[in-house]
Each structure stands twice: as C-alpha cells, then as structure tokens.
Design a protein around this ligand. Structure first.
Ligand code: FPP
Length: 236
C-alpha cells in the first residue's frame, strides 16, 4: 500500500450499542472494544503505520454510571497486565495522553511501568487517550505557557503554531492524517482538537467492536483517494 497515513487516530465508539444489540451489558461491548484495539494496533504496525491514537476515556466520560466507569478502568488494568510483556517483545511503544493523575494508584503504577518498559521502542507507537479532553489539553497548554512567561522563562511573542504543540499531551507526535469514527456519529467529541485541524475524517456505521482489519483497509483505501489541499489548491 502506498500513500499510507503515518498517524491514524480513532474514536472507539459504538461499544454500548454493539452489546445492547446482542442483549449483553454495555461493559461486554467495552471488553470487545479492547480486543478490537489490540487487533487494529497490531495491524497498523504490520502495515507500517507509525502511530495509532485511540480515545479510551474522555474528561466527560466520568458522567457515566460508576459501574461502567469502573468496568472501563478494569479493562484498561487487564489490558495493561496482559500487554506489559508482549509490548516490548512485539516492538510496540505504549504511551498515554491525558491527565492520569486522578486514576487509581494501581492503574497509575501500571501506566508508569508500561511507559518505562516501552519508552525506548521506536518501531510503532500506540497512544491511549485516558481522561483526555481536547479543550482541557489546550487550556493546560495555555496555562503552562503563561506560567513560563510569568516566571520570565518565555515571552508571549515566543508562541507560534510550531511551538504550541510542544505544550500538548501529544508533544512530539505528528498530527494524524486520518481520523476514524466508527458508530456513525458525525462529531469530533473533544478529541485531538488542535491536532486534527487538517485530518481527513472517515465515519462508518460499523460499530467499534466489529471494526476489523477489512474495515481499516476500507478506511485507508478511502484516505488514498483524498485530495489533501491544506487550504491551497489541488496539485492533481
Ligand atoms: C465509546 O463507546 C467507548 C468508550 C467510552 C470506552 C472505550 C474503552 C475501551 C474500548 C476499553 C479500554 C480500552 C483499551 C485500549 C484497552 P460508547 O459506550 O459510547 O458506545 P455507544 O455510543 O454505542 O453507547
């Protein structure tokens, strides 16, 4: 495959509907969704895509019933436990974007361990957005820069479009060229607001737990037909 995106972002939506359609509790949908993440991350790596960023838990998802929040956190815990050894073996770096400081000490310790164990890996990077919000990320960046200005380390004129991303959770990552939203909703849902300024957005009615390799192939084939102009004129 030629003209592949370097960075694919995905809003893992439709887990609840997938479960309800089968008469299962919503948490069964999240469990299936975690498996899909594993499949798609491995497939991205095999295809030669450099980065996959998935929206696992937003700053707004705390509004869900506590039992569902607990189930998602439990799945993350289980996923990290299962992956901690295989990640390094499979040459996958796992990074977390978002404010993880409010998560349970157990989950935080696992996140730290995974981060340390896979930090040296340069082959493929999967990013899991946890307690992540695009607006929250931008506000925190502005606050940090303002603090540096107040401390005399920076002046307001230093701020540029090139510097701002260094203040985001995603510092160091290229912007995603492709944003995939399964589950059919035409929304960005506070995901990577700065980073997706020029991303191609692929929406499919397929629910995330049903999003397999063939679905990613379809999304990539669609991406390859896009004429990316970045505000300019077509070069085709
Ligand atoms: C959105 O679907 C999904 C979530 C809020 C949770 C996603 C979490 C996981 C897949 C589990 C942990 C992740 C990893 C990477 C191990 P929804 O519940 O809003 O679906 P609906 O729109 O059908 O209700």
């Amino acid at each position: 495959m030629s003209n592949l995106p370097r960075h694919v972002a995905v809003i893992m939506d439709g887990n609840g509907r997938w479960a309800q359609k089968r008469g299962l509790p919503r948490t069964a949908g999240h469990k299936a969704g975690a498996e899909t993440f594993r499949t798609i991350a491995t497939y991205c790596k095999d295809l030669g895509i450099d980065y996959l960023t998935a929206y696992a838990f937003s700053t707004e998802n705390w509004k869900r019933p506590p039992a569902e929040v607990d189930a998602i956190m439990g799945l993350l815990d289980q996923y990290l436990h299962e992956s901690i050894e295989t990640m390094a073996r499979d040459n996958i770096r796992l990074r977390f974007l978002g404010d993880v400081s409010v998560l349970s000490p157990k989950l935080r310790a696992l996140i730290e361990e995974t981060d340390e164990l896979t930090r040296h890996i340069t082959g493929f990077q999967a990013n899991i957005c946890l307690n992540y919000g695009g607006r929250d990320e931008i506000v925190r960046a502005a606050r940090r820069f303002a603090r540096e200005c107040a401390a005399g380390e920076r002046s307001p004129e230093d701020m540029t479009e090139a510097l701002f991303p260094d203040y985001l959770w995603s510092a160091g990552l290229p912007d995603p060229e492709l944003l995939i939203r399964p589950g059919g909703e035409m929304r960005v849902s506070n995901f990577l607001l700065w980073q997706c300024a020029y991303s191609e957005i692929y929406v499919t009615d397929t629910l995330w737990p049903d999003f397999g390799r063939d679905e990613l192939d379809k999304a990539l084939a669609w991406y390859q037909t896009r004429d990316r102009r970045f505000g300019g004129l077509s070069t085709k």
